[in-house]
Design a protein around this ligand. Structure first.
Ligand SMILES: [Zn+2]
Length: 51
């Protein structure tokens, strides 16, 4: 483990699909700024699709 090293992950709101990048480790996943729904980690390999 590299202590103190932060990993960027993408989180997505399951309700309105708002996404943002956060850095782990963190205490809690953020809430969506749009609708205050707890956000989920979105896998970086998103079904093999490109954006
Ligand atoms: Zn939302």
């Amino acid at each position: 483990m590299n202590r103190g090293r932060k990993e960027p992950v993408q989180v997505v709101c399951p309700k309105c699909r708002f996404t943002e990048i956060v850095y782990l480790p963190m205490e809690d996943l953020p809430r969506c700024p749009e609708c205050n729904t707890p956000m989920l980690i979105q896998e970086l390999l998103d079904e093999g699709k490109s954006y």
